[in-house]
Ligand binder design. Structure first.
Ligand SMILES: *Cc1c(COP(=O)(O)O)cnc(C)c1O
Length: 384
């Protein structure tokens, strides 16, 4: 399944814009559904990776649930037709109105990250005469071996409940009337390409399960979060991540109790490769060492390179001249507004259409209006 650029059409659209290849998206979703389905695993799509309505609806149509990290994400999922029974709500800082929204809509589970949060959910549920289903987000202290900004499962991170606090949490739970324990939850980080990190997670979960069993607690659900990485270097060769190996690993190493469900929250791996940020070259400027290709998209439209030193493959889809090296930079008044240094591109001129690949995840959703720039529009392969 290859990403296709209908160049004639794309050339006529006002840049910059996000372009989504819906065939790539659907093929990816089919692969997730098939591989997870073969073990009876359930996947909630992590809405924060891309909350675009068309994308969310396509994912819902394939039968996935939604993993939300804010009240507005819960609203967006409901608006896009997700059933509340397929919505889980995570996040280290849920405001009261967000908890109330989840309670009013009877979402399937709150993933809870601290005792004070547990007490507030209990109190708010009590006021409504409801019982909230909760999962404990436990910090497994497993290294995801990824960028430190997207490592979440270490003791020094702000996320989850540390193991030494579990005793207290369980004691607190036993006293609260309006919450019921549904499961245990983990999420160790993002863009994880070494599957051994997930094996480490499985082994930690197995140990923790024993701890719970010894206290006569049998969580119905184990939720191992998301984090599966994608191939930013080779978006065409590896358009669809290796979901086969991913789910197989959990099947092999995670010991589920009888009747226990295994849940996942994949974001990036489901949507990254279906999107590209399309931009035109405004100017070529030659420096002492390098040529700059100054494009009309900036870090406000795709912040990953500036925020995480992330690599995105950059292609000039208008030119097939011999290659030269370019620093591809945006118009924003920050030196970090750079999409790639010394990028090999066919000889490039003003007006050429450039594709910044693998921008379907944490692209459009992180766009902002810095420098008072307009937010780019999105176009879709099946409706242009
Ligand atoms: C961000 C996040 C995810 C999704 O992570 P990906 O790396 O995009 O798969 C899943 N669960 C939680 C709790 C998250 O915060």
């Amino acid at each position: 399944m290859n990403f296709k650029f209908p160049i004639q059409t794309l050339n006529n659209l006002p840049t910059p814009y996000y372009y989504y290849d819906m065939d790539v998206l659907n093929a990816t979703l089919d692969s997730v559904a098939k591989e997870a389905g073969s073990y009876g695993f359930k996947v909630h799509y992590a809405v924060k990776a891309n909350a675009n309505e068309r994308i969310l609806k396509a994912i819902k149509d394939k039968g996935f649930g939604a993993d939300c990290v804010s009240g507005n994400e819960v609203k967006q999922a409901l608006d896009c037709g997700y059933d509340s029974s397929g919505i889980v709500f995570a996040g280290v800082g849920k405001a009261d109105w967000e908890i109330n929204l989840g309670l009013d809509n009877d979402i399937s589970c709150f993933n809870v990250e601290s005792i004070p949060e547990l007490e507030i959910i209990d109190e708010l549920a009590g006021l409504k005469g409801k019982k909230a289903r909760i999962a404990l987000r436990i910090n497994p202290n497993v290294n995801a071996n990824t960028h430190h900004y997207i490592t979440t499962g270490l003791e020094e991170n702000k996320f989850g409940i540390n193991q030494w606090d579990l005793e207290k949490v369980v004691e607190c739970l036993s006293k609260l009337q309006n919450v019921e324990l549904e499961g245990i939850h983990f999420h160790i980080g993002s863009q994880i390409t070494d599957l051994l990190s997930f094996k480490d997670l499985c082994l930690r979960v197995n140990e923790l399960q024993k701890w719970f069993i010894s206290r006569h607690i049998f969580p119905k659900v184990v939720n191992v979060g998301g984090g599966l990485g994608i191939d930013y270097e080779r978006p065409d060769e590896n358009a669809i991540p290796d979901f086969t190996s991913f789910f197989q690993l959990f099947d092999e190493f995670l010991e589920l109790l009888p009747g226990q469900e295994l849940h996942f929250e994949l974001g990036r791996s489901m949507v990254a490769q279906c999107g590209a940020l399309m931009t035109k070259v405004l100017y070529i400027k030659s420096g002492v060492q390098t040529h700059f290709a100054i494009v009309d998209a900036g870090m406000s439209d795709l912040i990953r390179p500036a925020l995480y030193q992330a690599y995105h493959k950059i292609e000039n889809i208008s030119s097939d001249l011999p290659n030269e090296k370019y620093d591809v930079v945006g118009p924003i008044c920050e030196s970090s507004d750079c999409f790639g240094k010394a990028v090999d591109l066919p000889q490039t001129k003003r007006g050429d259409l450039i594709a910044i690949r693998s921008a379907g995840a944490y692209g459009e959703v992180m766009a902002n209006r810095y420098n008072l720039r307009d937010l780019p529009l999105a176009y879709y392969s099946d409706t242009i």
